[in-house]
Design a protein around this ligand. Sequence first.
Ligand code: MG
Length: 253
Amino acid sequence: MPLLAPPSEAPMNWALFLDIDGTLLDLAPKPGDVVVPRTLPPCLETLRRRFGGALALVSGRALAGVDRLFPGGHDAAGSHGVEWRLAGATTVLADPWPDEVTAMVEAEAALLPGILVERKPRSVALHYRNAPEYEPAVKALAEAAIRNAGTPLRLLEGKAVIEIAPPEADKGMAIDRFMRVPPYAGRRPVFAGDDITDEGGFAAVNRLDGLSLHVGRSLATKAHFRLSTPASLRRWLIRLDQAPGGTSDHAHP
Ligand SMILES: [Mg+2]
């Protein structure tokens, strides 16, 4: 079934959840190289007010990394939901990270030229964008690390990245958690994401009769709506931001 273009007007009762990399922002060769367009932060701020404060960033980045890109202490789920912040108060949902897992992964990855190891407070990510031939080796390495860890961990696959994370790293759970509390509770959740790790978020908003919006061209998605690029998502957000407050809730394919 072809995916629909999202509605061009937003009812006031939406709660907006936005992934960052590959969704709000164009991907870069390295996570540190992404660029936040100048017009984006004010647009998000207007939308946040429009939706009664119900706007959260939902990212695989650690919360500190989210804040470097979008300062201001936004409501956010960082580290795929392990770090969860509402109205400035952060809850960490996982046990302390086993540093020996990161050490083992770093030692093994050092043998694979071009593999970038990203240490996060509660996970470790292996980026193979610059050495795609090592994808199988990176996956095998991550699976071995999970088997050998003394604590339950899960493997998250994304675009040119494999991440080892706690079981609580789940964007769907993070969105569900927001939807149980004000100002989110009772609103209609809208989640935009681009990657495999966003599928849990799409499933969560579909269950809540929300709008699931895939950014990109993947055929294997649970999302119901689609925009092809981060730039088209940004244009859509700016249009919502400028539209008069509508109350209808019909899709315009
Ligand atoms: Mg993404």
